[in-house]
Write a protein that binds this ligand. Structure first.
Ligand code: NAD
Ligand code: AKB
Length: 311
């Protein structure tokens, strides 16, 4: 049996996905890779720039890889600052890996998309799976065109590529990597440290969010689903939570009564305004049984508990 390679393994998702894959499959079946070599790895680790295609192809061969999780990307806020770099990394790494799959060098791949594939003309509440997609951010444009490439390689060449449109992800293990939803992680750290947080989004700016244990489970459930159940080959809407900065602050205040929040919206507000407020994930529920476990109260309690214990 071939190995599983996670590219971008030191990021917010990669850290937890790598740990879970090692737990489920065994350390000898998993290889982690990232530009950033910091910290320990629970399995074999390679320092890799995925844009170095020769080195990436070499790692696929050297480790007998047959399944890839391609997580390396620039997220929404960083991508607005470095548009061409974002276009290059987010698109070309995907096309390189799709080509590897088309040539039979890997059997299966996962590539995450985002709620950023939607835009200002998309219905904002309970955003359907199939609707207007008119992203107006660099990041959203790369994610939406990436989705179309995934479907093209599936339909034309039979490449087994699977994808989820993650909402903003909340976790305590690794910091978020430069997105618009990062406030929903920062707020917990600041609440515990300083009992005060200044949000870069307005108090009533609702966005879809998900706790990381749900996101990791959704990813692995999709990857383990029989191929015929994976009917959408662009990317699946997956929902869990939807809240505003004011609502998450109130949830934290139930545990830390003297916590205070202030608001100083910056350029990320414009990005948030173009995204959905909540997501209709009925296709994912129907096709492969998606169901989130955490609501705002249970996510908040678990975040505060784990961060206070220094995890
Ligand atoms: P992150 O920024 O935390 O992690 C990305 C990792 O990729 C980092 O460890 C970085 O060092 C690595 N990386 C960057 N350039 C690289 C390169 N050239 N070669 C190898 N490694 C490189 O991002 P994340 O939050 O873990 O997101 C992972 C994926 O999930 C991205 O595609 C992102 O768009 C998507 N996503 C994330 C969220 C979220 O809320 N975290 C939501 C929607 C979609
Ligand atoms: C971001 O804010 O860029 C990400 C995402 C929702 O894709 N968290």
């Amino acid at each position: 049996m071939g190995k599983i390679l996670i590219i971008g393994s030191k990021g917010q998702i990669g850290t937890e996905l790598t740990a879970e894959l090692v737990k489920r499959k065994g350390a000898d079946r998993v290889v982690a890779a990232d530009l950033n070599p910091a910290g320990d790895s629970p399995c074999a680790f390679e320092v890799l720039d995925v844009m170095d295609f020769e080195a990436t192809a070499h790692i696929l061969k050297q480790h007998d890889v047959d399944e890839v999780y391609l997580l390396a990307a620039l997220l929404s806020a960083t991508a607005e600052k470095h548009p061409l770099k974002a276009r290059q990394l987010n698109m070309e790494s995907l096309l390189f890996m799709l080509e590897q799959a088309r040539e039979g060098k890997i059997k299966k791949m996962y590539w995450p998309s985002s709620i950023a594939v939607f835009g200002p003309s998309t219905p904002r509440v309970n955003t359907p799976q199939f609707t207007v997609n008119d992203p107006n951010t660099v990041y959203g444009i790369t994610k939406y065109s990436g989705e179309l490439w995934c479907r093209y390689y599936f339909e034309k060449f039979g490449v087994d590529v699977r994808s989820l449109r993650y909402p903003g992800l909340i976790s305590y293990t690794a910091p978020p990597g430069g997105g618009t939803t990062d406030y929903a992680v920062e707020i917990f750290h600041e609440a515990l440290k300083n009992k005060r947080y200044t949000s870069f989004l307005k108090e009533d700016s609702a966005l879809p969010m998900m706790y990381m244990p749900d996101a990791i489970r959704a990813t692995l459930e999709l990857m383990e689903a029989p191929a015929e159940q994976v009917k959408i080959r662009t990317s699946y809407n997956v929902g869990a939570l939807s809240f505003t900065p004011r609502e998450i602050a109130a949830a934290i205040k139930r545990h830390i009564p003297d916590f205070e929040i202030g608001y100083q919206p910056d350029f990320r507000q414009t990005i948030a305004d173009s995204w959905p407020a909540s997501i209709d994930d009925s296709e994912a529920r129907k096709d492969w049984g998606w169901k989130p476990a955490y609501d705002l109260a249970s996510m908040t309690e678990d975040m505060l508990k784990n961060l206070s214990e220094g995890k």
